[in-house]
Design a protein around this ligand. Structure first.
Ligand SMILES: *Cc1c(COP(=O)(O)O)cnc(C)c1O
Length: 395
């Protein structure tokens, strides 16, 4: 049976060249970067070269602006909690975010509400895009931070980040973006785009899991995350994940080198898949059709349960998702689909397919061949579908 991995928004395969780059640091070069002897110094150099490389790749001014973390969730938590707690001391207690952020951002904001922060959750409308004028209207004297994701992880919609960055700069408000999903798919330059803080993680672009980074513009200083040793300029203590850091930098380099070619290829595949799936009756594409990640397809099929669709797809060898990996198993429909105005029963019948360099046109052919009969089959047994058809007949 064919095996198709179409859940690259959840995680990606490790690039062989990335593994190769990491290998020495998993084997012979095991010295502690903080130590003075040779093998430690080699490890230290690898960490600092990686920091320099990442800084250059995202358009940062200096390597000192890059802090390594255990991934995207940690970077988001640190950026938001660390910055807001630091600014609370200056009388700022208001946060602006959107309704459809990743839970690493949303749950962090909820936690801060319990500490007395006020949070504005902006609408994302039917197309899944935040309006710059809404951000503008929400900013007030007490606003500590604006945090808006670069691209949504479920529906792939790309946000007007350079415009929001400009607005925040004009209003002297710190701007953080969770760029975990966008990195490697969209042109990102923190200087040009007025981004003050940015989260990224390696495993979304063929790097290792458990290693990410937080960019903090010079002078932007969130509270210390982990007390202890002097690693990460004494702001995030703990012996560095040397192999992970080396892999993160290498993966970022490869993904940005190959971005243009990949985007052209994936956009074509994505659009062909969307057109094909939209031929299924009572189907819909979730999120803006053009302002979306090249590898993201998110559809709803009325009258069926997303979970059963995913199980049938799995039996056909296709790994897909109903949205966010973190909430699968959850019975509530995705907060992202609800945020773009889908009613509960429709949001339940959703499917996300996400592609990477590993996928081919043949994968799209196979998916287009498999999905329609599966949807038909599930609808045949669905009381919900029967009701929909009945309503259709009664006009
Ligand atoms: C995957 C993801 C995260 C979490 O990153 P981890 O490295 O898994 O902690 C955060 N935000 C977005 C948008 C993501 O897609």
């Amino acid at each position: 049976m064919r095996k198709i991995y179409a859940d690259n928004a959840a995680t990606t395969s490790l690039h062989p060249q990335v593994l190769e780059e990491m290998m020495p640091y998993l084997t012979t070069v095991y010295g502690n970067p903080s130590s003075l002897y040779q093998t430690g110094a080699v490890a230290k150099k690898a960490v600092e070269n990686s920091r320099e490389k990442i800084a250059q790749l995202i358009g940062a001014k200096s390597a000192n602006e890059i802090y390594f973390t255990s991934g995207g969730s940690e970077a988001d938590n640190w950026a938001i909690k660390g910055m807001c707690r630091a600014l609370k001391k200056k009388g700022k207690n208001h946060i602006i975010t959107s309704k459809f952020e990743h839970h690493a951002v949303l749950h962090t904001c909820k936690a801060l509400e319990k500490e007395g922060f006020e949070v504005t959750y902006l609408d994302v409308y039917e197309n899944g895009i935040v309006k710059v004028e809404d951000v503008k209207a929400a900013i007030k004297d007490t606003t500590a931070l604006v945090t808006i994701m670069y691209a949504n992880n479920e529906i792939g919609t790309i946000q007007p980040i350079p415009e929001i960055g400009k607005l925040c700069r004009e209003n002297k408000v710190i701007f953080h973006t969770d760029a975990v999903q966008a990195m490697g798919n969209v042109y990102i330059n923190v200087e040009e785009q007025n981004i003050d803080m940015l989260s990224l993680t390696g495993h979304k672009f063929h790097g290792p899991k458990g290693c990410g980074a937080l960019y903090c513009r010079r002078g932007v200083r969130p509270d210390v995350l982990i007390d202890g040793g002097a690693q990460e300029r004494s702001r995030r203590a703990g012996t560095e994940n040397v192999a992970g850091i080396v892999g993160l930098a290498k993966a970022l380099e490869i993904t940005l080198d190959t971005m243009e070619k990949r985007n052209a290829r994936l956009t074509k595949m994505r659009d062909r898949l969307i057109d094909g799936l939209l031929k299924i009756e009572r189907s819909r594409l979730n999120g803006d059709r053009t302002h979306r990640l090249p590898g993201n397809v998110n559809m709803c099929f009325e009258g069926i349960e997303g979970e059963s669709l995913l199980l049938k797809l799995d039996m056909a060898g296709i790994s897909a998702s109903s949205g966010s990996a973190c909430t699968s198993g959850d019975l509530d429909p995705s907060h992202v689909l609800l945020s773009i105005g889908l009613p509960h029963e429709i949001a339940h019948g959703s499917m996300r397919l996400s592609f990477s360099d590993d996928n081919t046109e043949e994968d799209i052919d196979y998916i287009l061949e498999q999905v329609p009969p599966i949807v038909d089959y599930l609808r045949m047994m669905s009381p919900l579908w029967e009701k929909i058809k009945e309503e259709e007949r009664n006009g």
